[in-house]
Design a protein around this ligand. Structure first.
Ligand code: T1G
Ligand code: NAD
Length: 698
């Protein structure tokens, strides 16, 4: 199958890119385009050209799978191909539908006219891959949109709708009728006018920036929080500045050199891994891709507390009517009021219109009567984390829910099989573990029980995408993937306190590593009482003589549950979320060291990072051994989307491959020797270290 189909319409050569699934501009498509270009330019009957995409879109850009591979012999690289198109002496029109992203939009920017259908989206999202636009985007985009707009688009990596693309000057026309027809007409008009408008020649839009050199520093300040630890956004700013300060060709050279410098770097490799990991996670080896998905037209949520309210908002945001069930009118009123306040806060920030808020609130109904949800297609239970209560709720759901309904639990740690076992339809039971705040956090750990049917699994995996979440299928164990790995991470953080570190030392080390906050600030945000309840249950269920730190319990015994009580590992000024070290906590810590007979010492940031992260990775290895996670990259997706693991490090298992599994094993073995059984290396970690293997190759 040729990657580029060629036809002529009224003297216009129509070049159709056909490289499913997203017309990635790989070597085959680039050589197809070069050949078609030769043909059109050498045919005197051809007065103009149209570039259009077959399938779902114009093009999603360079073929990311080619990165890190040796360049294809004799095939023009994308920047050169685009320069050639721009230099054409016959008008070239890009006809855009679906998406024109990255190199796909750069290809269109090299064309002389851009026509799009009204549903199209365009953008340069390369920084999400740890790179910059490398085919002229940083040089051509600002020449159309102006510098400030170009910086915003490139660094925010947003795909903007056609109407905005038109307003920004990226698109010249929105096709009313058939796209190809409109593009051919535009091409003929341009040929008749004889005028060709090359983007590289457009200088006017750069003028503002020339008069305002401070614009770049202002922009760096603006992005500092979300671009922390990354190189690509700052490299993009420098290249856009080069577009203003240098002649076009030199600016291009600067961009290419910067692109080459980034594309094989750790950041780019980690973010490419994240890109494909979030697509791979949807594929469940034993659930056929054509498994039937149950339609979800009505939903219900049991419990409208911290999680229930957020979960209901997800359905309302997706346009699915949802009913929340509470124990009584007071609890119901309180829960719905929290939902209303959350929406009002978003409206106040201008991120939602009042009308949208009203429609979403109207989609949420409250009741105290379980019978009222009998026709729900899916029910998600989010009541207190107590097994007896959850089983009681599932007995009720089994009685009232219609046949075929999916019955899910938002439990953080409990055994889904034990919950399913109290129903007559365990095949319809599954875990859907959202993360707090549930209407914000992207991750859904979907927990398959022994009896969960393929249909139930396929339905909730599809639901995750419909709710704008990243769904990861995991197996049943205490804490599933995320919370189970969080255990050793926070455990070692607490031991470090007994051995001499302060909460702020540990938090600074992990913050500088790239987490949005360290373990102690995170525990104060989530609420220390949640962990306390879990520790009590685990110690009751599995008494052990292994090392245990009492510091966290002593802090909870004093009612220090974190931000919600104004004090936890830190203290907080009223209305502030800024953690302040508290001598009262330091006293508890020093006392614990004394009781353990530990001589306190200081730790380097590297020691702290290894001591907290390597046991987390080690637990990830155990989870893979047990088949609780399907792939190592699934574990990475959980941590990047649910626990703030820095995306530019690719997740814990990818990070282990980056530093070397041998290094992680060596440190774990040393920790085991020094700290005992809790730090025993997982057999998989040991095997991979000895074989020189990688988690990514499993
Ligand atoms: N290269 C290779 N494969 C790609 C791809 C790409 N650019 N884009 C998507 N795929 C695969 C993806 O892995 C999946 O495969 C299938 O296509 C469908 O994708 C010089 C160097 C366009 C918004 O960053 O953001 O150009 O899992 O499930 O949800 O400056 O795909 O089915 O086997 O995501 O409808 C810059 C990346 C590249 C855009 C569509 N481009 N793609 O979303 O489909 S770098 C991007 C997306 C570049 C130049 C530089 C999205 C999409 P599989 P999907 P979707
Ligand atoms: P919460 O205490 O804020 O809310 C629980 C709600 O359930 C309360 O409003 C209560 O009135 C209601 N409820 C209790 N029994 C009920 C019944 N029989 N019928 C109807 N409603 C009933 O708790 P939460 O933090 O929202 O946690 C809910 C579940 O989600 C738990 O299983 C928890 O482990 C899990 N979870 C919590 C978090 C978190 O960060 N809070 C994150 C993920 C998962």
């Amino acid at each position: 199958m040729t990657a580029v189909e060629y036809k002529t319409v009224d003297g216009v050569a129509v070049l159709t890119m056909n490289n499913p699934p997203v017309n990635g501009l790989g070597a085959n498509l680039r050589s197809g385009l070069a050949d078609a270009l030769d043909r059109a330019l050498s045919d005197p009957a051809v007065v103009a050209l149209v570039l259009i995409g077959a399938g779902r879109m114009f093009s999603a850009g360079a073929d990311i799978r080619e990165f890190g591979q040796p360049p294809a012999e004799g095939v023009a690289i994308l920047p050169d191909l685009i320069d050639r198109i721009e230099a054409c002496d016959k008008p070239v029109v890009a006809a855009i539908h679906g998406v024109a992203a990255g190199g796909g939009l750069e290809l269109a920017l090299g064309c002389h006219i851009r026509v799009a259908d009204s549903k199209a989206r365009v953008g340069l999202p390369e920084v999400t891959l740890g790179i910059i636009p490398g085919a002229g985007g940083t040089q051509r985009l600002p020449r159309l949109t102006g510098v400030a707009q170009a910086l915003d688009l490139i660094v925010s990596a947003t795909l903007v709708p056609a109407s905005k693309g038109r307003a920004l000057g990226i698109l010249d026309e929105i096709a009313e009728g058939d796209l190809e027809t409109a593009a051919v007409a535009a091409a003929r008009t341009a040929a008749q006018s004889g005028a060709i408008r090359r983007t590289c020649d457009q200088e006017d839009a750069l003028a503002d920036a020339r008069d305002n050199p401070g614009l770049y520093d202002d922009f760096r300040t603006k992005i500092a929080r979300r671009a922390r630890g990354m190189r690509a956004p700052y490299a993009a700013i420098q290249c856009v500045q080069a577009a203003v300060d240098l002649p076009f060709a030199e600016g291009q050279e600067r961009e290419r050199a910067t692109f080459r410098d980034l594309v094989d770097g750790d950041e780019a490799r980690a973010m490419r891994h994240a890109f494909f990991a979030e697509r791979e996670v949807r594929k469940i080896p034993d659930v056929p891709a054509d498994t039937a998905i149950k339609p979800i037209e009505r939903a219900a949520v049991i419990g409208c507390g911290t999680m229930g309210g957020g979960i209901a908002m997800n359905f309302a945001n997706a346009g699915t009517p949802v009913t929340v069930v509470e124990t009584g009118d007071e609890a119901l009123g309180k829960g719905l009021e929290t939902v209303r306040r959350n929406y009002a806060a978003t409206v106040a920030k201008g991120r939602l219109s009042q009308d949208q808020m009203d429609r979403r609130m109207a989609a949420i109904t409250g009741t105290t009567d379980f019978e009222a949800i009998a026709d729900a297609d899916i029910v998600i239970e989010a009541v207190f984390e107590e097994m007896d209560l959850k089983q009681e709720v599932f007995r009720t759901l089994d009685r009232v829910c219609k046949p075929g309904a999916v019955m899910a639990s938002n439990t953080s740690m409990l055994d889904i099989d034990k919950i399913a076992a109290v129903t007559a339809r365990p095949e319809a039971v599954i875990g859907t573990h959202f993360f707090s705040p549930a209407n914000v956090m992207k991750l859904m750990e979907n927990v398959r029980g022994k009896a969960s049917s393929h249909e139930t699994i396929a339905t909730v995996m599809d639901l995750s995408a419909k709710l704008g979440k990243v769904g990861v299928l995991v197996g049943v164990c205490d804490g599933f993937v995320g919370n189970r790995m969080l255990g050793p991470y926070t455990r070692e953080a607490k031991f470090l306190l007994e051995e001499g570190a302060w909460p702020q030392d540990v938090d600074k080390a992990l913050y500088d590593f790239g987490f949005p906050m360290g373990p102690f600030a995170m525990l104060d945000l989530a609420g220390n009482d949640v962990g306390w309840r879990i520790r009590k249950r685990q110690r009751a269920e599995k008494p052990s003589n292994l090392r245990y730190s009492h510091i966290a319990d002593r802090i909870c015994e004093r009612g220090r549950f974190g931000q919600k009580t104004g004090a936890g590992w830190y203290r907080y000024e009223p209305g502030s979320r800024t953690p302040i070290p508290d001598p009262e906590v330091e006293e508890i810590i020093v006392q614990a060291s004394k009781e353990q007979g530990i001589a306190r010492r200081t730790f380097t940031a590297e020691e702290i990072v290894e001591r907290c992260l390597y046991p987390l990775i080690n637990e990830g290895a155990r989870i893979l051994e047990e088949g609780i996670a399907i792939r190592a990259s699934d574990v990475d997706v959980v941590w990047m989307n649910g626990y703030g693991f820095p995306r530019y490090r690719g997740g814990p298992m990818f990070y282990a491959d980056t530093v070397g599994v041998g290094r992680v094993y060596e440190r774990m073995a040393a920790f085991h020797a020094e700290h005992g059984e809790l730090m025993k290396p997982a057999p998989l970690l040991e095997r991979l270290a000895k074989e020189g293997g990688r988690f990514g190759a499993l």
